[in-house]
Design a protein around this ligand. Structure first.
Ligand code: HEC
Ligand code: HEC
Length: 439
């Protein structure tokens, strides 16, 4: 260890010994005989010179010790670094993370089974009956229309490919037919979310005068009661002696619909671990879909916030922001008596959306790319005309005296193509194959 004492001992002592030896020799051998001094005089002179040497050696040692001392004094007195490097790095990382990604979106695959209500558990007999009822035209007033007439599970991805639905006697309805595939994962059904379960929903079209047009629930049950095969099938599904009722018709159809799910998509394979399942373009589209904020509404495994799987807000205003698309596609014809300017619509799932055009509640949009542009513009305020617009919409709050500028993000044609490619990865490979076979 290096300190002042070491300096004194290491440098001072040898110097003093050397100096004193030199003085003794000099005085005794040279100066003494030269000045004819007595023995006492020689030692007096030696002592006088010796004091000088001692004083000098002491000064040198003190100087050396002091020149070394400041380093240690400063070192000891200086405050410790404000933060250990690791703690600092952690802070920077946390800050960085918070600024750039407050909450990272987690992609989820579709479960392999749909949730079922406690009051209507599934059995193979109920599902088989439900399938038969789904295809049954006898449930319509003129015997021409079944659920499957509008919800084509073969070529049309569970929809009908029409702008709006066609019911009995060639009647044209007011709304587009959504797919029944994965409806089992939705918390509310219909474009406006007015049905709370598949059981409740299934009774609607049978009694809807524009769709299947049965006059009453009893009339529908009566039709089936006259067909012996149904009496047997209902007995197998619900127990011998149980009457055929509208509730049981709907319950059986609902259990069948819970089997109409599509976890077999490239997207699901990707999320489950097959990194080759998506193309480079689809991956770019997936990133854009998240970055633009589509996941705000089309979130979770069923790509809908109106889902039984972690859905939060099932309905949103659409179109939320004015755009030229609004009049071009007649997107807000819904000026109800209650004064609603814009409709509040259930957020649809985007699974199989590439197979289920035309799009939106009124079926006014033919191309999926246009549907994406409309969403980006009317729901997210992005600029979609291919031009960058640095002048975002300005908003002055007179009460808060705050000026804010909404940045108009630009969605290029390439972005749109990428997002469409990603949406195509949400199509069931089975359904795509069926759609091809039907062409
Ligand atoms: C005439 C065509 C037609 C027939 C027949 C028909 N539907 Fe529909 N279906 C539609 C239309 C149109 C909608 C949307 C109506 C709305 O939102 O107001 C719809 C909605 C649905 C939905 C809701 C899907 C969702 O995501 O919200 C389900 C489920 C469904 N139908 C099942 C059935 C069943 C089961 C039957 C037979 C009992 C049936 N449909 C008969 C046209 C039809
Ligand atoms: C603020 C909520 C919200 C956001 C954000 C949003 N959507 Fe939608 N989306 C909806 C609603 C609500 C509908 C149904 C509109 C209707 O009833 O016509 C819809 C419908 C769609 C449809 C048509 C589905 C069909 O079957 O007809 C597509 C495609 C779609 N959205 C894609 C996207 C894409 C891509 C984005 C991001 C660019 C996006 N959405 C962002 C709420 C949203």
């Amino acid at each position: 260890m290096h300190n002042g004492i070491d300096d004194l001992l290491g440098i001072g002592i040898p110097a003093i010994v050397l100096g004193l030896t030199a003085i003794i020799l000099m005085v005794q051998r040279e100066l003494g005989p030269f000045g004819k001094l007595s023995a006492g005089g020689k030692w007096l002179l030696t002592g006088a010179f010796g004091m000088g040497i001692l004083a000098f050696a002491l000064k040198v040692s003190v100087a050396v010790a002091v020149t070394r001392m400041p380093e240690r004094l400063i070192g000891a007195a200086a405050p410790p670094p404000l933060e250990a490097p690791s703690a600092l790095a952690e802070k920077v990382w946390a800050y960085d993370g918070a600024a750039r990604q407050p909450e990272k979106y987690v992609w989820q695959a579709l479960p392999l089974t749909a949730p079922e209500p406690p009051g209507n558990t599934s059995t193979p007999e109920k599902v088989a009956l439900g399938k038969r009822l789904f295809d049954e035209p006898a449930l319509s007033a003129d015997g021409t229309v079944s659920c499957a007439s509008c919800h084509d599970l073969g070529g049309k991805g569970g929809a009908d490919g029409q702008r709006t639905a066609r019911g009995i006697a060639g009647q044209i309805g007011g709304r587009n037919t959504p797919t029944v595939w994965n409806a089992a994962f939705q918390s509310v059904l219909f474009w406006d979310g007015r049905a709370a379960s598949l059981e409740e929903q299934a009774q609607g079209p049978i009694l809807n005068p524009q769709e299947m047009g049965m006059p009453s629930p009893a009339a529908a049950a009566d039709r089936l009661r006259h067909i012996p095969a149904y009496r047997e099938a209902f007995a197998r599904a619900f127990g011998a002696g149980q009457a055929i009722t509208m509730e049981r018709i709907a319950a059986a159809i609902a259990t069948y619909e819970r089997t109409l799910i599509t976890p077999d998509t490239p997207y699901d394979r990707f999320v489950r671990g097959d990194q080759q399942a998506l193309t480079a373009q689809q991956l770019r589209g997936m990133a854009r879909f998240e970055a633009l904020g589509c996941v705000t509404c089309h979130q979770g495994p069923n790509f809908s916030d109106a889902s039984l799987l972690g859905g939060r807000v099932p309905r949103r205003i659409f179109p939320a922001l004015p755009s030229t698309f609004e009049t071009r596609f007649d997107l807000s014809p819904n000026r109800h008596a209650d004064g609603l300017e814009r409709g509040a619509w259930r957020i649809p799932s985007l699974r199989n959306v590439a197979l289920t055009g035309p799009y939106f509640h009124n079926g006014s949009v033919e191309k999926l790319s246009d549907a994406v542009r409309i969403m980006a513009s009317a729901q997210l305020g992005a600029s979609v005309d291919g031009a960058t617009r640095p002048d975002g919409a300005l908003h002055w709050s007179a009460t808060g005296r705050v000026l804010s500028q909404v940045e108009r993000r630009n969605v290029s044609d390439r972005d749109v193509a990428d997002i469409v490619a990603f949406l195509e990865s949400l199509s069931s490979e089975r359904l795509v194959a069926r759609a091809y076979a039907m062409k």
